[in-house]
Design a protein around this ligand. Structure first.
Ligand SMILES: [Zn+2]
Length: 59
């Protein structure tokens, strides 16, 4: 991922529960890696995996 130095980019992480398939979007945290285990699902307490990491440019 390439970050521009001139614009502010907010990075987000989308976690997906492996059991109930709920998606949860949260702020990206350093160390987040795609398809690795993340936090626990807030619905069923199953472990979620990181489904997507994306950046949003603030203009
Ligand atoms: Zn779940």
């Amino acid at each position: 991922m390439i970050f521009s130095k001139e614009k502010t980019i907010l990075a987000y992480t989308v976690e997906k529960c492996t059991k109930c398939e709920k998606l949860n979007k949260r702020d990206f945290v350093m160390g987040d890696v795609l398809f690795t285990n993340s936090s626990k699902c807030s619905f069923c307490s199953e472990v979620t995996i990181i489904e997507k990491i994306f950046g949003q440019v603030l203009e």
